[in-house]
Design a protein around this ligand. Sequence first.
Ligand SMILES: C[S@@+](CC[C@H](N)C(=O)[O-])C[C@H]1O[C@@H](n2cnc3c(N)ncnc32)[C@H](O)[C@@H]1O
Length: 430
Amino acid sequence: MTPSARLAAAIDLLAEMDAAPRRPADATANSFFRERRYIGGGDRRAISAIVWDVLRHWRRTEWWIAQAGGDATPRLRVAARQIAGGMTAGDVAQAFVEGRFAPGALDRDERHTVDVLARDIPDEQTLPRAVRLEIPDWLLPHLEATFGEHVEEELAAMSGEASLDLRINTLRTDRAAACKALARDGLHPEPTALSPWGLRLPSRLPVTSSVAFRDGLVEIQDEGSQLVVAMLGAAPEMRVLDYCAGAGGKTLAIAMTMQNRGHIVACDVSAPRLDGAVKRLRRAGVHNVERHLFIAGDKWAKRRAGSFDRVLVDAPCSGTGTWRRNPDARVRLRETDLSELVVKQAEILDRASALVRPGGRMVYATCSILDAENRSQITAFLERHPEFEAVLPESEELPETLRGAPMFSLTPAVNGTDGFFAAVLKKKEA
Ligand SMILES: C[S@@+](CC[C@H](N)C(=O)[O-])C[C@H]1O[C@@H](n2cnc3c(N)ncnc32)[C@H](O)[C@@H]1O
């Protein structure tokens, strides 16, 4: 593809993302490329790089274009990022050519805006703080409350690329053998610092086509997620409930800590997500998992009240800890989304807690960095449920540094993981 054709495809993809603002950007990108199989790997990477650069600089680009008197259309966003990358207004005009695989020429207004953009490249320090930090204005006080004076460095770390973390599957292998198998496919990970099962690769590499992945020796899982499972401390022969199991990412790791012995129930309200677990469970050699889909009027939970040794609540959340992977989520989160999530999380916690046996433990986890979804949520839960108390984790697999408190928060800046929160709550003996 020519450079102009790549710009044209990037503009088309951004327009599709604009048309489906609630859909994660990577899901839109996957279907965009699936429908255009003629786009080869190199072009696909180049187009994605243009689009992700726009997404990572969404607010400042919008602000800059508004200052120049233009509308932040996909065409002008792409043009502005080319200028930020060193192109002149003339270069941009030349790249926006007519033709079947080209973006089409800039019209008069666009040309004018591009001229102004190239003349007035903003100085970082003149940008309003929330614009510079690439977050909606309403979110700034929440982040300041969580991170205090570290807010800038935390958000800077969240603008970077996420590492690609793997979890070895001890049902099938150990770390040394997994590394050997990965090396045969040219993959040379380093052990992670905190998780005993983690391996880290520097960036997005084609792990899923490796033999080690296909044979179930490794799973893709952020180190933070692995530590949430370690926090749960599930052991062989226990009865464990994964209340928000989704496609089973943590269920797989729980089965591993239980050495495939005992019983796990993986629940969710989404059938497609639960169905997504089937193939993964098979690949990992896990066979002690039952799946259960929650439906309205379901008596399932009532019949099993007080019967589980461990309950994991990996709650639906703002996903603010995963901004490195989903930069679009950073500016799309609305204040009403957060307030709705906080209510939903409290309801889920109330329901899930009824399933814990006396003396049993519940771990509440989110991939959020916002206090409202984390510590405040736990404080409110403990006020509503005096039969629970926050306790220290009991887990050999958790590193010393995380064993000294009933809750942990991980962040990209401090731990190099996604942002995660986890808390251990014990149901007092009757
Ligand atoms: C953070 S995701 C879970 C990810 C999964 N545990 C993993 O490790 O791959 C949250 C899940 O909660 C589910 N969920 C949303 N509302 C729920 C509810 N009321 N009860 C149970 N699950 C719910 C969503 O469908 C979603 O799959």
